[in-house]
Structure formats: structure tokens, C-alpha cells
Design a protein around this ligand. Structure first.
Ligand code: NAP
Length: 356
């Protein structure tokens, strides 16, 4: 049982992860819903055809791979059934979830995962890993801080093609907060509680260590939960350079998100968005960055950066390194985000550098 399965092996992330695994001498098994599309990208590796997330779960139970990498979003729909199949089949699991709801739901499975003896890693993509790693690094050996802000600044090269169903559904279906919260609202932690906050709020102009300038604004994704757990801070804000920070967009956003809260409207919008053709575009800057500012109750403040290359390439490198460590028996029973499990050195092993 040494097989590593990549669910969504034909996708942008699936192909990037497969390439990084091959570079480490691990031949992945590509899993997807179309035999011809799988063979076209498999480079001779084994493929498994399964027409839906449910069919993939059934194959996991039947064939019991060592580790499963799930790249089929939205993870609010695919993570829990796939994790249950992994626990039944004795497989470790990791995914690229970066929305609050999916990350929170998976981490909440921690006790049942721990009882099974398996390791589950969620948020193993750029956003969660890059920001959480800086928080873990800044908080190492210190008491819980009072306040944390994390910012993600991805530099993404765009490949020509359609946006695709998984990404479109994740964008429009994945923004909602955790169970019980209003859908399509922003979130922040205040006094230890997850509370509503405007998407695009708290804009900050950041000067990057290489001299570039970006504006980041509130965009509560999985990194909000990861930063809170990594620091123990009661007050946490998560922001992104991809968040809408212009006053006009921020004014329109509440209306647009209220409309998208209506299920048939959202499903129509997902289909239209999935078919949108994107043109090839070079990455906008040389580096992607994770950034954190941490403040302790005595007023001490520490700031740190993580510098890395193109963000999608790194989203291939992190899962491959996590898989390598899991196959080497370095995992622990339970559900984790990547740096919570492997510490700040994980990011360095994936080619990133800290600037603290
Ligand atoms: N955490 C991060 O930083 C990060 C970074 C990058 C991506 N992501 C997330 O990862 C996910 C994948 O992104 P991507 O850019 O790789 O997307 P993509 O290129 O569209 O690939 C999606 C893959 O999922 C498969 N798929 C889509 N819908 C499916 C369904 N209903 N049943 C079975 N398979 C299905 C596709 O297979 P077909 O070939 O059959 O269509 C394809 O292989 C998204 O949710 C995205 O948000 C997260």
C-alpha cells in the first residue's frame, strides 16, 4: 500500500502536484472522471476512472491507497465523504481547501481522525500554508499573542483555458462562513469569537521586502482559522491582495453576495463562471508572499514575511512535500493544517525563505 492518488489529476493543481511528486521519485496515480483526459496528462502513470466524488470514495475504500490528495473543489462538498473513505481504507488524506467552512469542518473531524490513527492535512495550498508558516515562526516558544493579521500576496501566472467547474464552484460556493453563520459574509476573530466583518475591509498598503507595493484587504479564507489556531490569539484578521479593496466594489459586494445566496442563482452563476475563457498572463511580480504581524499584550510586535515563487507552482510543491513526509511515517494521528503539523521548516523544504 504505497500508492499516492491525486483526485482531479487532470486539473491545474493536480498536474502541478503530480509533477512535483515525480520529481521526488514518487509515481502518482491520477484519478478523474474522463479516461482520455487522464491518459493525456498521465506521463505513463496509472490512472483510475471514477465519475464523481462518490465514485472516487468507493474506489478509495476498495483499493486502499497509502495517501489521497484531493484537488476537487468545492471542498465543502468533497472533503468529508473523501476523508470518511480514507479512514475506512486506512489512507492518509490531504487537500487544497482554503475556504473557512471546509477548513473548519475538516479540523472539527480531528478526534475521529485521531482515533483512526490516520493523518488528515487540510489547506495544503499557497494561502493557508504561506501565512500560517509565518505565524508559527513568529510565535515559536512564546505565549499566545493578543492580535494577529495575516496577508497573502500571490503572484500567479494564468494559463489559457476555461476557469473550470471546481474553481468556479469554490469561488461562489466556498466563501460562506462556518455552519450557522450567514453565507457570503466576511469573518474575523474578535475576543476569541468568529464574528462578521466586511469582505474588502481593513485595507492596508504594504511595502514588500523587495520594494514592491500592494494593497491587501479583508478576505477571510482558511488562513483566518489557521492563523488563529497557530497563534492562540483572540483577535485575528486575514487579508489578501486579491480582495476587492476599491470603495465601489465594496459597496456593490453585499448586494451581489445576497443575490448569490439564492441557490438557483448561484448554480447558474457557477455554470457561467466555469465556462469563462481566461487568456494566458504572466505572473504580475517575481515573488509571492505570506505576511504576518503579531502583537503581544505587553505591546511587543513582530512582523515576518515568507518569500516564494509563483503561487500555483508552490501549491504543487507543498502537497508533494507533505505526501513525502507522510509516506516516511512522519505524520501524526489527527487533522491539521500543514505548518501546524510540520512546523515552519515545511515552507523552507518547499523552496520558500523567511524574511523576519
Ligand atoms: N489552497 C490554495 O491555495 C489553492 C490553490 C489552488 C487551487 N485551490 C483549490 O483547488 C481546487 C482545484 O483548483 P484547480 O485550479 O486545480 O482547478 P481545475 O484546474 O479546474 O481542476 C479541477 C479538477 O477537478 C476535477 N473535477 C471538477 N469537478 C468535478 C466533479 N464534479 N467530479 C469529479 N471531478 C471533478 C476536474 O476534472 P475534469 O478534467 O474531469 O474536469 C479537474 O481534474 C479549487 O477548489 C481551488 O480553489 C486551492
Amino acid at each position: 500500500m504505497t500508492d499516492v492518488w491525486i483526485l482531479g489529476g487532470t486539473g491545474r493543481s493536480g498536474r502541478a502536484i503530480a509533477a512535483q511528486l515525480r520529481a521526488q521519485g514518487i509515481r502518482p496515480v491520477l484519478v478523474g472522471r474522463d479516461a482520455a483526459r487522464l491518459v493525456a496528462v498521465a506521463e505513463g502513470d496509472r490512472t483510475v476512472v471514477a465519475g464523481s466524488a462518490e465514485a472516487m470514495a468507493a474506489e478509495i475504500r476498495r483499493q486502499r491507497p497509502a495517501a489521497v490528495v484531493n484537488t476537487v473543489g468545492p471542498f465543502t462538498r468533497t472533503a468529508t465523504p473523501t476523508i470518511r473513505a480514507c479512514l475506512d481504507g486506512g489512507s492518509d488524506y490531504l487537500d487544497l481547501a482554503n475556504d473557512l467552512s471546509a477548513v473548519a469542518t475538516t479540523l472539527a473531524l480531528g478526534d475521529s481522525v485521531a482515533a483512526s490513527g490516520r493523518t488528515v492535512v487540510t489547506g495544503a495550498g499557497f494561502g493557508v500554508t504561506a501565512t500560517e508558516s509565518v505565524v508559527v515562526k513568529l510565535c515559536e516558544g512564546r505565549a499566545a499573542p493578543e492580535q494577529v493579521r495575516v496577508d497573502m500576496v500571490p503572484s500567479l501566472e494564468t494559463q489559457a483555458g476555461v476557469l473550470g467547474e471546481a474553481l468556479a464552484a469554490t469561488i461562489l460556493d466556498g466563501i460562506p462562513g462556518v455552519a450557522g453563520g450567514g453565507r457570503f459574509q466576511g469573518r474575523r476573530y474578535r475576543d476569541g469569537r468568529l464574528v462578521a466583518a466586511p469582505i474588502g475591509g481593513d485595507p492596508v498598503r504594504l511595502t514588500l521586502p523587495d520594494g514592491g507595493v500592494v494593497t491587501t484587504a479583508g478576505m477571510p479564507l482558511g488562513e483566518l482559522i489557521a492563523a488563529q489556531r497557530a497563534s492562540g490569539a483572540p483577535n485575528v484578521v486575514a487579508a489578501s491582495s486579491e480582495a476587492p479593496s476599491s470603495p465601489v466594489v465594496r459597496a456593490i459586494l453585499p448586494v451581489a453576495t445576497a443575490v448569490l445566496g439564492i441557490r438557483p442563482v448561484r448554480e447558474f452563476a457557477i455554470r457561467r463562471l466555469a465556462a469563462v475563457k481566461v487568456a494566458a498572463k504572466p505572473k504580475p511580480r517575481e515573488h509571492s508572499w505570506g505576511h504576518a504581524v503579531v502583537r503581544w499584550p505587553d505591546g511587543t510586535t513582530r512582523e515576518g514575511w515568507l518569500r516564494l515563487g509563483e503561487a500555483q507552482e508552490w501549491t504543487g510543491a507543498v502537497p508533494a512535500e507533505v505526501v513525502r513526509r507522510l509516506l516516511a511515517g512522519e505524520g501524526k494521528p489527527g487533522a491539521f493544517t500543514p505548518a501546524a503539523l510540520f512546523g515552519p521548516s515545511l515552507a523552507q523544504a518547499c523552496g520558500a525563505e523567511y524574511v523576519v
